[in-house]
Design a protein around this ligand. Structure first.
Ligand code: VGL
Ligand code: ZN
Length: 225
């Protein structure tokens, strides 16, 4: 038996799998590679087969986005700067709208996904979270979508664990959703201890942590229809 409690199991209509930023630029060889990011694809496909609801996110920046080091004089990727909404880590140009790097990994097979949510589209505001942009007030609409569909539980997987996964999971909790991060279905960038602090913050916020084998043991069968 697993040590977590769930009222809405994966196959339930009130549960959703959130697949975060499984895009070419975050894969080995991409502009902001996350080590082993591509190794998650088969696992996420298997997880997806257990869920009735799936939401996919796509980091989707315009050229010249505020989070790109190249948009600021004398700045390098991974520097941190102050912008009107607070601290902003600068990144290599990545996930530029309509480019190959912004496309989802070609081997993702998630036929039940009904929503692909694009975020980070505002030139002057970053958005790690699938719910709230980095100004912490602009809403993406995802909370409303999930509520409208009666979804009270989200399982989270994808990239990067210490940025977009962590922020999305914390904001899911803040929206009152039961939130479960599938640890081995995520990979981290791990910048200056960001991985450890992400877990600390998520667990403090009431996010549950499981491993995919726990889910497969409890729900061994893919959904048939
Ligand atoms: C991400 C850094 C910049 C992520 C997106 O998907 O975790 N990280 N943009
Ligand atoms: Zn980004």
């Amino acid at each position: 038996m697993t040590s977590y409690s769930l009222t809405s199991p994966p196959s339930s209509p009130s549960s959703a799998l959130l697949v975060i930023d499984m895009q070419n630029d975050f894969m080995p060889g991409g502009q902001l590679p996350v080590a082993d990011g591509d190794a998650l694809v088969p696992l996420i496909n298997q997880l997806g087969a257990r869920f009735r609801n799936i939401v996919i996110t796509q980091d989707w920046h315009p050229p010249g986005h505020i989070s790109f080091a190249s948009s600021h004089d004398q700045r390098q990727p991974f520097d941190s700067i102050h912008v009107p909404y607070g601290a902003q880590t600068l990144w290599p140009d990545h996930c530029v709208q309509q480019t190959y790097g912004a496309q989802l990994h070609a081997d993702l097979r998630l036929p039940r996904a009904q929503l692909i949510l694009r975020k980070g589209c505002n030139p002057g505001i970053d958005s790690y979270s699938a719910f709230l942009e980095a100004d912490r007030s602009t809403r993406t609409g995802l909370a409303g979508y999930l509520k409208d569909r009666g979804i009270d539980t989200v399982f989270v997987a994808g990239l990067a664990l210490d940025f977009c996964v962590a922020w999305s999971a914390q904001d899911a909790r803040a929206e009152g959703l039961t939130t479960v991060v599938i640890a081995d279905a995520c990979r981290a960038i791990d910048l200056d201890g960001s991985l450890q602090s992400a877990w600390e913050t998520m667990l403090m916020a009431g996010v549950q942590r499981i491993e995919s084998h726990e889910l497969f043991e409890q729900w061994p069968q893919p959904l048939l229809a």
